[in-house]
Every structure is written in C-alpha cells, then in structure tokens.
Design a protein around this ligand. Structure first.
Ligand SMILES: *[C@@H]1O[C@H](CO)[C@@H](O)[C@H](O)[C@H]1NC(C)=O
Ligand SMILES: *[C@@H]1O[C@H](CO)[C@@H](O)[C@H](O)[C@H]1NC(C)=O
Ligand SMILES: *[C@@H]1O[C@H](CO)[C@@H](O)[C@H](O)[C@H]1NC(C)=O
Ligand SMILES: *[C@@H]1O[C@H](CO)[C@@H](O)[C@H](O)[C@H]1NC(C)=O
Ligand SMILES: *[C@@H]1O[C@H](CO)[C@@H](O)[C@H](O)[C@H]1NC(C)=O
Length: 339
C-alpha cells in the first residue's frame, strides 16, 4: 500500500518536473539570449517547415478533391454510356418490330384468305398451328359468334416446347404501367408485340377449353426458368375472374399455388383475402391472396434497382420477394395439344 502511494507521488513529481522541463528551452531562449542569427535561423527554418507542411496539406486536400471530382465525372460518364446503350437497344427493338410487323401483315393476309375457305373454327394459336402457321408473331383471331367476342389480336409462340401457345401477358421493355383499373384489366392493355395484358375477358374465353398455362421467366443475369400448370382456368367477370390451377411442373418453383382459388383484384376492386389492399400495395392487377408469392403484373424495375423493392415483378420460389425479374411471358394452349 505504502509503496504504491509512494510511486504515485514519485510519478506526480516526475510529471511536474517534466512540465517545468518542457518550459526550459523557451526560458533558455528568452533568458540566455543566444546570438541573434542563430535564433532567427531556427525560427525561420521552423516557419519554413510549417509553411511547407501547410502547403503540402493544402496540396493533398486539393488532390483529394480533384480525385473525387474525377471519380464523379467517371460515374456520370458511365451513366451516360448506359443510357445511350439503352437508347440504342430500344431503337433496335422498334426497328425489329417494324420488320416483324411487315411479316405479320403478310401472315394476316394469308390467314384471312384461309378463314374464308375453311370451315374449321379458329379459337387460338393452337388452331392456327393446326393450319400449319409456324411463324411466331401477331395474328388476328376471328370473332367468336357463340361468346359474342370480337375479333382479337394475339401473339402466337409457335416454337417453345412444341408451339401453339397464345400469349396472355408479356413484360420485357418496361415502359407500360401495369398499375391499372378493373376495366383495363378486363379488356386488356399494352402492345401485343411489347408489354401487355391480353384482358381477363379474353383469358376467360381462351380457357373455356381445358388449358395449360406456361410461365417463362428471365432474370437480370440472363438465366431462365419456367413453371407449367397442366390445368388453368379463370372465371368470368361475375365470378371475379377467379383463378384455378393444378398440376405444376417446371424448374421455377410453384409460386402460383398460393394464388389458387382467389379472385382477381385491381387498384379499384379489392377482392383479395387480406386486410391490406394488395393491388394498391403491389401496384398491379393479380389474383392477390394476402398478398403475394408471385406478382407477375408488378412494377418493372431496371437493372440496378431490381433488387430493392417489394412491389416488383416477383416469383418468390426463384428469387425471393425483393427481386424484380427482367422478362416474363404467360401463355396458354389447350390440354392435349399435339405439335
Ligand atoms: C520546403 O520545400 C521546398 C520546396 O518544396 C524545399 O526545397 C525545401 O527543402 C523544404 N524545406 C524544408 C525545411 O522542408
Ligand atoms: C392432373 O394430372 C393428373 C395426372 O395426369 C390427371 O389425372 C388430373 O386430371 C390432372 N388434374 C387436373 C385438375 O387437370
Ligand atoms: C369471389 O368473388 C365472388 C363473386 O364475384 C364472391 O361470391 C366470392 O365470395 C369471392 N371470393 C372471395 C374469396 O372473395
Ligand atoms: C387449386 O384449387 C383447386 C380447387 O380447390 C384444387 O383442386 C387444386 O388442386 C388446387 N391447386 C393447387 C396447385 O393446389
Ligand atoms: C426484402 O426487403 C424488405 C424490406 O426492404 C426486408 O425487410 C426483407 O428482409 C427483404 N427480404 C429478403 C428475403 O431479402
């Protein structure tokens, strides 16, 4: 105990000594008055050093600033290149669809002459496939007297897994909003060669015959997956376009099962099984349960923003709830279709 107190006192004294010692040089400078030249040389050299250090610091911070500026400039430059690239892609896409359009007009002309001479009804792309139309593209289905349905433009996929598919939905460009009201989802919207919803009335019409649904998905890394339902039908408007699916197969996982047996909801018609208003929350029209295990009519998010939101184009079984997919196609064809 005593020893420790002694050491503390000793420490205190040495600190004191140090403190006074530190003042010594100044005192010495002040009192012993060395030759004027020496003093001033020392001070001057100190001043030069300080000045040098100060300017060095200024230089460094200036350099840092310009470095930051350069980094920012590079980021802006990259951003601009990205936008230009995107612009070129859009341009190419529209040129492609122009050419496609011309091919399709020829297909339509052929089709019109074919329907005039044929007695078989044309219900969908599978019927067209049966009449030897093998080019994927836009076709016009004749009006359906029995249902009183008008003629309908559709996009036929005549290649995937045997062909004969009628597309009911596509997401790929991202400029068409899918946050729409009941009437728009009923009648359909968008462009048949771009992003569109065919329309619940038309989907009802197509699935009056036993139908298969195929969903194709692509992510931003370029990978693809699919989900197929051997049984798929939606009710009519009186039944709120209620979804029924069965017999899943595929490699994307079954993220539509959760939506089975639910009515269709839009932002102005809340038919979900939830306190929340799912269609408003998820910004789409869909068979919301409470709310989603998939949301194929959600918001299109571009590369970079696609992992950050819950209202994107999602398929939970593949990429979880916050990954918005790059491309989606939903297509139907009759059960028992033979290529
Ligand atoms: C101060 O900088 C100058 C040039 O930058 C150099 O020549 C000089 O030696 C430096 N002086 C000291 C004391 O560092
Ligand atoms: C599901 O597939 C099985 C076996 O092919 C078939 O017997 C059954 O009818 C299908 N279910 C529906 C609802 O189509
Ligand atoms: C679905 O809609 C129908 C009528 O459109 C209604 O009778 C039924 O209760 C609804 N089902 C649910 C789960 O909301
Ligand atoms: C969807 O619901 C129907 C009717 O309740 C049922 O027969 C069918 O198996 C269900 N589908 C799935 C994938 O669970
Ligand atoms: C999805 O995002 C929400 C909100 O940002 C977050 O709470 C949740 O943990 C995320 N889920 C996954 C699986 O990343």
């Amino acid at each position: 105990m005593a020893k420790i107190s002694f050491s503390i006192i000793a420490l205190g004294i040495s600190l004191l000594l140090l403190e006074t010692g530190a003042q010594n040089p100044k005192k010495r400078l002040a009192t012993s008055k060395p030759p004027k030249g020496q003093c001033c040389d020392e001070v001057r050299s100190l001043k030069v050093q300080v000045a040098n250090l100060t300017s060095l610091l200024a230089e460094l911070s200036q350099k840092q600033k310009t470095d930051m500026k350069n980094v920012f400039r590079q980021i802006l430059e990259l951003d601009k290149q990205d936008q230009q690239l995107e612009g070129r892609v859009t341009e190419a896409e529209s040129k492609y669809s122009e050419i496609n359009n011309r091919v399709e007009i020829m297909q339509l002309q052929t089709l019109q002459s074919a329907t005039q001479t044929s007695s078989d009804a044309i219900y969908d792309c599978a019927s067209l496939y049966g009449k030897s139309y093998r080019i994927s593209g836009e076709y016009k289905l004749p009006k359906d007297e029995f249902l009183g349905a008008p003629e309908l433009s559709v996009y036929c996929d005549m290649e995937t897994n045997g062909g004969g598919w009628t597309l009911i939905q596509r997401r790929k460009i991202g400029l068409t909003s899918f946050s729409r009201d009941w009437k728009q989802y009923k009648n359909g919207f968008g462009s048949i060669r771009g992003d569109f919803w065919l329309g619940n009335d038309h989907i009802y019409r197509l699935t009056r015959q036993p139908s298969t649904l195929r969903i194709e998905l692509e992510d931003w890394e370029g990978q693809t997956r699919y989900a197929e339902y051997g049984f798929f039908t939606v009710g009519n408007e009186l039944n709120s376009y209620k979804l029924l699916i069965a017999n899943y197969s595929g490699n994307a996982g079954d993220s539509l099962r959760y939506h089975n047996n639910t009515n269709f909801s839009t932002m102005n018609r809340d038919n979900d099984k939830c306190v929340d208003d799912c269609a408003a929350l998820r910004k789409g029209g869909y068979w919301y349960n409470c709310c989603t295990d998939s949301n194929l009519n959600g918001v299109f998010h571009r590369y970079g923003a696609h992992t950050r939101s819950a209202e994107g184009i999602t398929w939970y079984a593949w990429h979880g709830p916050n990954y918005s997919l790059k491309r989606v196609e939903m297509k139907v064809r009759p059960v028992g279709f033979q290529p």
